[in-house]
Ligand binder design. Structure first.
Ligand SMILES: [Zn+2]
Length: 103
């Protein structure tokens, strides 16, 4: 599970950089048209908050996996939750086929 955790953290860091530099805004947001205008759509903030939430989820899952109090059933479900988080990158060549979940 260490591998998938490291992989996820790397992908999120890349996604964060991409989100910060690509100036993604909703249609009609003035910041999407001109760099001198302010954002009114909140989309960049929502993207950043989503990335931050995923990071915290990963930390939480790692905590559950490392805790001696975690049952085998919860451990298996936590493992599956981590695999669900990594699925958006399943088409990358460096994605481990072992992580792939059946559709
Ligand atoms: Zn905007």
């Amino acid at each position: 599970m260490r591998d998938v955790v490291a992989y996820l953290r790397t992908r999120l860091a890349e996604f964060e950089t991409e989100a910060e530099t690509s100036r993604l805004h909703r249609t009609g947001c003035p910041a999407g048209v001109s760099v001198t205008e302010s954002c009114t759509c909140e989309y960049p903030k929502q993207l950043a908050a989503g990335i931050s939430a995923q990071r915290e989820l990963i930390d939480e899952f790692v905590h559950w996996l490392e805790s001696e109090d975690t049952s085998e059933r919860t451990r298996a479900r936590t493992h599956r939750a981590l695999l669900l988080l990594v699925q958006p990158w399943s088409q990358r060549p460096d994605f481990d086929p072992y992580w792939r979940l059946d559709p």
